[in-house]
Design a protein around this ligand. Structure first.
Ligand SMILES: *Cc1c(COP(=O)(O)O)cnc(C)c1O
Length: 378
């Protein structure tokens, strides 16, 4: 295997399986899935893995990612998830077919920019049903639409909402029914049906899978579910998806027995998530080549359940390995699963090389053969 040292193993096949399962569960309920790529910085192999699962439309929050995808030849429709910067209206219309919006001024800027390019840019108007991130409140939706209708460079294709992000508000039949009621009101104003009712992200997957999603919702935008098989808003692993999609493997650079309480006068800790020391005597510890500059220590979950993450500074992560049954040596790798934040950080770190696993074929120097893949998966 070519990559040595701390690295991230990405199981492309399991990501494809997740995408395929989510697509088919949603299709059975009449819901289209946008594959959300921002959690992995729209990394090309991973985006291809999502598309291989039958997902046909993408969404990302950052123009840099969208531009990179376009440069690499991805031609799928892409929706911009973060409401656009006024200053970037031209770039948005140049590379994205659609964007989520909540500001009349931004709609005007997008319309002007699209007209200048001889295009029509699609917009989804965001309705805030309680999470208090982006969007207008239901009672202000009509006004936003009235401002948008005369703009020649944009087409209002639908409305959407976002949940479980800032306020941690759960998607429910009640707040999504409210969204559908807003749709009805806007359709009376526009005099035609809205094509898209976009009912949230991964946290809306449960309602969809259980057939409890209000009928008019016909799109969800899914990142976490595809990439990690988890739904952090509901604090759950989704039982019909794969979770072992990303494994961060960190190399042990020091192995020693040390006391559990620091020695000497203690000053301020270097990072906010400072450890709480509890005297457990002298214990065996490992330092791995991983730090706050890569992933926050709270975002990694050791695959060996007997290992405890004690803390990290910029470049050193300290593990308690006293209770592990494995006899670790210097240079050994310690494996971690990642939560969403860990995946996000690991994928945007310039210091963590990626190794890709895929079942049937080998492509590019970093993609392993099926035999090597089997060995890592164990
Ligand atoms: C990030 C994001 C999503 C995807 O969220 P997941 O929880 O990863 O599925 C959907 N919609 C918007 C507006 C987002 O910003």
């Amino acid at each position: 295997m070519s990559v040595r040292g701390t690295h991230l193993v990405v199981d492309l096949e399991r990501i494809t399986e997740n995408a395929r399962s989510i697509r088919s569960v949603c299709a059975a309920r009449g819901v289209k899935v946008l594959g959300v790529t921002k959690g992995v910085s729209a990394e090309e192999h991973i985006v291809s893995a999502i598309l291989a699962g039958g997902i046909t439309q993408l969404a990302d929050a950052r123009l840099e990612n969208v531009r990179r995808l376009r440069k690499s030849g991805f031609q799928q429709p892409i929706t911009l998830l973060r409401i656009p910067m006024l200053s970037q209206a031209a770039q948005v219309t140049a590379v994205c077919e659609c964007s989520l919006n909540s500001e009349p001024e931004a709609l005007k800027a997008l319309s002007d920019a699209a007209l200048a390019l001889g295009k029509t840019h699609e917009v989804i108007l965001m309705i805030d049903v309680g999470d208090l991130r982006e969007g207008v409140f239901p009672e202000d939706a009509a006004e936003l639409l009235r401002g948008a209708l005369p703009l020649k460079g944009i087409r209002v294709v639908g409305i959407g909402t976002n949940m479980g992000c800032y306020g941690g508000i759960l998607p429910t039949e009640s707040n999504l029914t409210l969204l559908c009621e807003v749709a009805g009101e806007l359709e009376r104003i526009a005099g035609e049906p809205l094509e898209i009712i976009s009912g949230g992200g991964t946290s809306s997957l449960m309602l969809t899978a259980e057939g409890r999603m209000p009928k008019r919702v016909n799109q969800i935008r899914v990142g976490e579910g595809i990439l990690l098989g988890t739904d952090s808003t509901f604090s759950r692993s989704i039982p019909w998806l794969n979770q072992d999609t990303f494994i961060l493997r960190a190399e042990i650079v020091e192995l020693k027995r040390k006391p559990t309480i620091p020695i000497g006068e203690r000053g301020a800790p270097a990072f906010a998530d400072a450890p709480i020391f509890e005297d457990q005597g002298v214990r065996r510890r490992a330092i791995v080549a991983l730090g706050q500059q890569d992933v926050p220590p709270s975002s990694v979950i050791p695959c060996d359940p007997a290992i405890r993450v004690l803390g990290a500074s910029s470049d050193h992560m300290i593990l308690d390995i006293e209770d592990s049954e494995r006899n670790y040596s210097l240079g050994d790798m310690v494996d971690f699963r990642l939560n969403y934040q860990g995946m996000l950080m690991a994928c945007s770190s310039a210091y963590i090389p990626h190794v890709y696993l895929r079942g049937e074929e080998e492509m590019g120097e970093q993609i392993l053969s099926p035999e090597e893949a089997a060995e890592i998966r164990e």
